[in-house]
Ligand binder design. Sequence first.
Ligand code: DC
Length: 239
Amino acid sequence: MKEKSSKITIAIDGYSSTGKSTVAKQIAKALGYVYVDTGAMYRAVTYYALQNGLFAQDKLNREKLIASLQHIHLKFIFNAEKGFGEMYLNGLNIENEIRSMYVSNHVSEVATVKEVRSYLVKLQREMGKDKGVIMDGRDIGSVVFPDAELKVFLTADAKIRAERRWLELTQKGENPNLDEIYQNVVERDHIDSSREESPLTKTSDAIAIDVTHINKEQQFQKIYELAMERIQNKKATQG
Ligand code: DC
């Protein structure tokens, strides 16, 4: 008889720059799980829209984008050196391009488009269908995997998040402006939380963690312990 898997689904949602992807990658490595960065998928669609002139004077042509979805093929390809899957758009590695401020400044609008969301949610469900997955985003616990065994919702003070993002970009050799990053963080919080389609919300069964005053190691420990507890629970119920 086939042994039942004790693998679970882990949803990490929360505000931008709360360290979701860093912690999710660490947990994936520790548990041998697949990590899926859903923000990268929204960023890749945004990059496509920018590259193909679908923004005119910063205004998105929604109809054209919806019609173009059939030409947008996204794939994560694991980079063993980096330890995570990099984003490929139509066969091209765009992992660096999608992290630019240019993409950050346009992604929230793309993420409000219902058809874009259903296109990406379908891909995300497919990627997580075998469990043993940790996915980070805004709607993972609420829409993509409402039955996830562990849901975590991360929050932190906006100023601290902007400072962390500034440091990250500076370490990458960019020359970011802290005020611009702060404005981007606040604006994205607003659009992500108030949009009609799958707004960012904490579901009642998600565990909220405020990371304003804790470091990355403590953040990892907390979530790792929660994950182990849920895995043990699943094993126990399987008998
Ligand atoms: O996590 P991130 O900052 O890379 O996400 C980029 C944008 O994509 C973010 O402003 C909101 C959107 N997003 C979303 O709407 N739903 C998700 N599941 C992931 C990201």
